[in-house]
Design a protein around this ligand. Sequence first.
Ligand code: HEC
Length: 231
Amino acid sequence: MLRSFFLIFILAVITVVAIAGFRGTHTTKPPIEIIPDMDHQPRFDPQHESAFFSDGRAARKPVDGTVPLGYTLPHAYYSTEANNNKFRQKPGAFSMAPDYYNSGKIGDVYGDGIPVEVTPEFMARGKERFTINCAVCHGATGSGNGIVTQYGLVGVANFQDNRLRTMPDGQIFNTITHGKNTMGAYGPQITVEDRWAIIAYIRALQRSQNATLNDVPQDQRAQLDQPQVTK
Ligand code: HEC
């Protein structure tokens, strides 16, 4: 009984010393490879050299014009020539690419300006999308008095405030994409182009509530019921 206890004890000591005792010591002998083909795989590691290619590098340069998956080239949207850019994103797309069109930011700062041509159809689209997505809270004129404010939602931003009038377009884009405080994110629901259409329509709403006679073209002033005094 006692003898077998000693035997087990000594075996245990040998096992512990064998496993843990030599940790941290160095050897110049090659390691024991149980499954060697896992260690030596026939492949090129990134940034390594290779005798196969004439330039001696294992990595190949991407073909000219390669675009990383899910990304489009920055500033591809500012071109004024129609259809000259094959990287232009299709309308109806979602993207988190870091360029101005997709983020509202230029580097770390919010940019200003609508990077899409503003046409009457674009405005109509913006009005429709605003009415569907934003008016319930922000109100049809953007005054922050949408229907849900009658049911207890407080602190809805008023687009007629000076702070919102002077806010860069890119910051509004960012708020639509990511939300702010109690306002949820609409990036997953509203396409990139529709977000810009909504911003263009918000700018129209802001002007509509802060207009002077000078904003009305001369030949249309006769249609006004009560011409106002020009400020
Ligand atoms: C469910 C209600 C709700 C909806 C829908 C909603 N918002 Fe808001 N929004 C809010 C509230 C509340 C705030 C104020 C958040 C705060 O600053 O605390 C706000 C703030 C904002 C601001 C100001 C952000 C700032 O930096 O101060 C902008 C711009 C804005 N919303 C745009 C929009 C647009 C555009 C839409 C439609 C795509 C929209 N919101 C839809 C509730 C809503």
